[in-house]
Design a protein around this ligand. Structure first.
Ligand SMILES: NC(=O)c1ccc[n+]([C@@H]2O[C@H](COP(=O)([O-])OP(=O)(O)OC[C@H]3O[C@@H](n4cnc5c(N)ncnc54)[C@H](O)[C@@H]3O)[C@@H](O)[C@H]2O)c1
Length: 307
């Protein structure tokens, strides 16, 4: 077993991006994808990601080729055997994940780190059926993982400090910025912040006070740029804590607390307007407009890569 071999289980949207991050850092990367149809799509998906990085001048074609050569795309589960670090990125279905960890434990070294990229399950629930729970934790990468530097690291109650330390070290090594949660919290940190904002954005539109474009303009012209430089608590320090306390005291009771505004999402979903992937959500999304905004988003994430 070598610390420089990583196994990624599940070659979907997240697994492919995570595999590329490790391979670009020099890891021999075993990418296990069980389903033949998806397996045939993966080489093109990898090239698309690497091509984007080359186009933005943050990767040379030579390094891209070397990274691809380090990735073993396989349908052979036994190929994961020598990995010292396993990252699971299969669908968000609890029995599937739990069953996978049992299969992995029967294969890999008892000292191998097993991490999940789950969006929502708590670590103790995920590891409930494992024999060696001390080596399990969550590494929550964000989409697209090759560009967003945050990884939320969430240990369970049985996770030992050595595996937390190893995870933090490895995440930094692959160019990520790991943050450690002291105790597990549903939604971790990032999604709690994201959904708190979404709740209020939907509430404003649902109330009729402003339309979606107005709400999005407010975010992009004010809070968006600010938050890439200072977080909400740093912003409070700069705004003045006394002022923020006064405003919070009268404004926070006014903020949305129920889920009535979800009706707005339901209405779109019921009409088949499920967002950019279907060409329409709150907005129309023709292909060219989608491509342009994705490119702009990637450029913004790449600018934000070095803390
Ligand atoms: N998509 C996101 O934005 C995002 C962001 C952060 C975390 N996550 C989490 O990452 C995980 C993967 O999400 P995704 O979006 O990459 O999903 P995905 O559906 O794109 O990929 C999942 C992959 O796992 C494979 N798979 C399915 N069942 C399997 C099994 N039993 N054993 C092995 N492989 C199996 C599928 O063939 C597929 O390639 C989920 O837990 C998800 O919640 C997703």
């Amino acid at each position: 077993m070598s610390e420089k071999i990583v196994g990624i289980v599940g070659g979907g949207l997240m697994g492919v991006g995570i595999a590329i991050k490790f391979a670009l850092t020099g890891y021999k990367t075993v990418l296990y994808e069980a389903f033949p149809a998806r397996r045939t799509e993966i080489p093109a998906a990898m090239q698309e990601i690497l091509g984007e990085l080359i186009e933005e001048n943050v990767l040379s074609p030579e390094k891209s080729t070397a990274a691809v050569a380090r990735i073993l795309l396989t349908a052979d589960f036994a190929a994961l055997k020598d990995a010292a670090i396993i990252i699971e990125a299969i669908p968000e279905v609890l029995p599937l994940k739990q069953e996978l960890y049992q299969k992995l434990e029967a294969l890999v070294s008892p000292s191998a780190l097993i991490a999940s990229n789950t969006s929502g399950f708590m670590p103790d629930v995920l590891s409930a059926k494992m024999a060696h729970r001390g080596r399990f934790l969550i590494t929550h990468f964000w989409n697209p993982p090759h560009a967003v530097r945050l990884v939320e690291v969430v240990p369970g109650s049985a996770t030992t400090q050595a595996y937390v330390d190893l995870t933090m070290k490895v995440m930094r090594e692959i160019g990520s910025e790991p943050v450690l949660l002291r105790t597990p919290l549903p939604g971790f940190i990032g999604n709690r912040l994201q959904y708190a904002v979404l709740r209020e954005a939907l509430h404003i539109v649902h109330s009729g006070a402003a339309d979606a474009a107005t709400v999005d303009t407010v975010m992009k012209a004010s809070l968006g740029p600010r938050y890439s430089v200072m977080g909400p608590l740093e912003a409070a320090d700069f705004g003045g804590l006394e002022t923020f306390l006064k405003i919070s005291t009268h404004l926070m009771p006014e903020l949305a607390k129920d889920e009535g505004m979800l009706e707005l999402l339901r209405q779109h979903v019921d009409k088949g307007e499920k967002g950019a992937a279907t060409g329409r959500g709150f907005y129309e999304w023709p292909e060219a407009k989608k491509r342009a905004i994705r490119k702009k988003r990637l450029q913004q994430y790449l600018r934000n890569r070095t803390p």
